[in-house]
Design a binder for this molecule. Sequence first.
Ligand code: GLU
Length: 478
Amino acid sequence: MTGMDSTAAAGFDRGAVTRFAPSPTGALHLGNARTALFNFLLARRAGGRFLLRIEDTDAQRSQESHLAAVLEDLRWLGLDWDAGPDRDDGRGPYRQSQRGALYERYFEALERQQAVYPCFCTPLELEAARRAQLGSGRPPRYAGTCRALSQEQRRGKRAQGLPATTRFRVPAGRRIEFVDLVHGPQSFLSDDIGDFVIRRADGTAAFFFSNAVDDAAMGVTQVLRGEDHLANTPRQLLILEALGLPLPGYGHVSLILGPDGTPLSKRHGATSVREYRDSGYRPEALVNHLFRLGHSSGEHGLLDLEAMARAFDPARLGRAPAHFDAQQLRVWQKEAAHRLPASEARAWLAPALPAGLGESAASAFVAAILPNVVLPEDARPWERIVFGPAPALEPDGEQIVREAGERFFAAAAQAAAQSGNDLQAIAAAVRTATGRKGAELYMPLRLALTGRSHGPELAPLLKAMPAGQAQARLARFA
Ligand code: GLU
């Protein structure tokens, strides 16, 4: 079998249909978010369609709450879908748990051609066979125990009430070839593939089957997914071929590794989109880092999704694993935060603002501190400094403030009250009273007002301070 040709492999055929197919068994992991992003970009770049299909046939592990969270996280990232569980386009439903009737038709088609057979092996028997194979140094695969049962034997087992899975009869002596969008030409021998389960004993469709059949039924033309699925592809191509269904192009994207070179996992800290979102990361920052994980792009700087779609090139998906880099993510985060328009910045920092703060005071405060903030938690110390009780001076500050002297602060306090916390007016008054200028003038002011020698630009910070409070802080040293 030959799969897609090389033009299709380039992924630029107009109108490409891609999909993201999460199983709602947990939080949206960064690796899956990247898979969703790449598929989204591939469709957008080709003027095609991006579908969201929920793979929830494993009822025990799938949960409604996980599904809702995944949808919310995708929307938050900006990865909106053209059709999905909430939005049908005539090819749905987009939840596999609701597609049983369609699977049944395809199961029957395979049964008619005897491409499948019932398997009565128990999990215990399968495990024993697996161990025996491993023990004798052979790769474990289904031994074919139920492959050649006669109709008579099958009837007998059914009559005993034995549960049966359905296995796909893998044809002998075949070579299965396809061109992977990332890994290039692939070749597998069917003799290395054991007959595999496509329908569980409870009648539900197994992954290999529902995943492949749905791609065809939904008109998916390109599948980008994790590298862990590469070895599944020949099985899925066999199913599609047996059913005479169209084959999508497949691209298997390299794993994401943590800094120690092992696959990104809880050990490395936060791994879900939700954790980053909850600690105040911006969606733009996350997608910009994910965009560059395993995809080399000549585009520098923070890109929006539209620009990313233009720059996305599946030919630039790397085979080598990509390293998640928390420091790099922080760089994007800083850039994304500093670019926020005023109203969005206010909403983003809302959790770090004092309760009951008026809108214009909140805006002044946010404008003052935004350049010094990467995450909302960085705003909290400044919230205390600006609105809380007068902060203690940092150790070296005492001396500087004392040296500036009482006249300095008497002039500053008076000018603060008269000018409405205008730094220029205060500086002019202090200059006149003391002759100081430059750092000699500004450092004592900064220390008296904030307790610190470093921080956000002083003029906007002073504007954000309650008027009486700034005056009182300066007057402490007068
Ligand atoms: N539900 C599968 C997963 O989450 C989808 C694999 C695929 O994209 O084909 O791994």
